[in-house]
Ligand binder design. Structure first.
Ligand SMILES: Cc1cc2nc3c(=O)[nH]c(=O)nc-3n(C[C@H](O)[C@H](O)[C@H](O)COP(=O)(O)OP(=O)(O)OC[C@H]3O[C@@H](n4cnc5c(N)ncnc54)[C@H](O)[C@@H]3O)c2cc1C
Length: 372
């Protein structure tokens, strides 16, 4: 692209910090850099016309782990590690709510439920028997019992009679959250260039040269917040994981309120605007879903539609309005990767399925790594 003198001077000269990715991590990183460096020139490069990964695609659960998920995590992590993971998520949600305010993100603490399928009796019984132990582990964070069991008041079918209930789980409006973050970034004089994919970068002693498909320029520090797309630019243990979602048309007298996890969290649904947003099914074909290409598969679509009709809304004739997908960044550990990669390059990636909760903190931690 043949840029003008003005474009080069105002956008691409004397750039102190360049962030790749305008998801929840990239935007929070930029806001914290602004706090730390009030006069710095901060630029975000984003490949999508809007943020184009997970942050504008997710289900908006403000959650920190269901009972079965925490029990399963205890098989591969120590008690201290699981405690720290939950604490980070709780602290992250607090930071998100403080940064933007509950009204701007439409935060509602309607509670979170975990449903166990009829065939998952063993898991159901394990959760019942370990509930007190998990509540004791989390007591120092909440000063209250987090998990209890509730009766099926919603008329769901093919599930065990009672559900795990988490009184502290909430939900947000994902679109409002991202719009508010983008607005805040603009207010703080952070420049964002959309539709610009970073293809590669190279480093010398004092700067990093960045190549996009439109232009090349230099920056003092580079911060990579590309999560599920990270392996295209850096060599870290993070893989893409696609998640498919559907939303129904508005449903009259919908009394399902809250966030719901089904089948060990592989499926999740919630109410929004009198509709049901329903996603999951990655476990049906992990290999195919290990991709950074957006899209749907018939296998996952069919299963989501079947569960919607047979389990979630068995008595209603509902129509599906829309499907979409998003790309997460996952690895063999739940802990995100926040680190300095070289003199002038840093990354904050691998947010898994918890980026609403931890994205603000990871963005802040990434910015705080940089010393100038
Ligand atoms: C369907 C779905 C449901 C989810 N539900 C929940 C939930 O309910 N609760 C929860 O806590 N979490 C949920 N998550 C996870 C959460 O959305 C993510 O963990 C979080 O959004 C990650 O934020 P991020 O900023 O790290 O990544 P992203 O939002 O993916 O941001 C990365 C950005 O980098 C850009 N980018 C990538 N490569 C380049 C490049 N080379 N050049 C320029 N730009 C580039 C991308 O376009 C993207 O905008 C869900 C995710 C999905 C997909």
């Amino acid at each position: 692209m043949n840029l003008s003198y003005w474009e080069i001077k105002s956008w691409l000269t004397n750039v102190d910090f360049t962030i790749i990715g305008s998801g929840i991590v990239g935007l929070n990183c930029a806001l914290q850099l602004r706090e730390n460096h009030p006069k710095a020139d901060i630029l975000i490069l984003e490949k999508g016309i809007l943020p184009q990964g997970a942050s504008t695609k997710n289900a908006g659960f403000a959650c920190f782990g269901s009972l079965s998920e925490l029990i399963s995590d205890l098989e591969s992590h120590s008690e201290q590690e699981v405690f720290s993971l939950v604490k980070q998520r709780v602290d992250g949600l607090k930071l998100l709510r403080e940064t933007l305010g509950d009204k701007a993100i439409d935060y509602q603490q309607l509670g979170g439920y975990e449903l166990f399928t009829k065939v998952d009796k063993a898991l159901y019984e394990e959760c019942l028997s370990q509930k007190d132990e998990i509540n004791d582990l989390l007591k120092p964070i909440f000063n209250a019992e987090v998990f209890s069991f509730k009766n099926n008041q919603f008329g769901f079918k093919n599930v065990q009679d009672t559900f795990g209930f988490n009184q502290f789980e909430g939900q947000i409006d994902t679109g409002k959250m991202m719009a508010a973050l983008l607005q805040k970034a603009h207010q703080k004089d952070i420049k964002i260039i959309n539709s610009t994919e970073v293809l590669s970068f190279s480093e010398d002693a004092n700067s990093v040269k960045i190549k996009t498909h439109h232009f090349e320029f230099s920056t003092q520090k580079l911060l990579i917040a590309t999560n599920g797309f990270a392996s295209k630019l850096i060599d870290e243990n993070v893989k893409p994981a696609r998640a498919q979602v559907l939303i129904t048309e508005p449903i009259e007298n919908l009394d399902i309120k809250g966030t719901f996890h089904l089948d060990k969290g592989y499926y999740y649904f919630r109410n929004i605007d009198n509709r049901i947003l329903f996603g999951g099914g990655r476990n049906l074909d992990f290999k195919t879903e290990e991709t950074s290409e957006f899209g749907q598969t018939q296998l996952v679509k069919n299963k989501l539609e079947e569960l919607l009709k047979t389990t979630i809304l068995p008595k209603k004739d509902v129509k599906i309005d829309h499907y979409w997908s998003g790309i997460m960044g996952v690895g063999n550990q739940k802990k995100p990767i926040v680190k300095q990669l070289s003199n002038n390059v840093f990354c904050g990636v691998r947010l898994g399925g918890m980026g609403v909760a931890i994205g603000s903190i990871i963005g802040k931690d990434l910015a705080d790594l940089v010393l100038i």
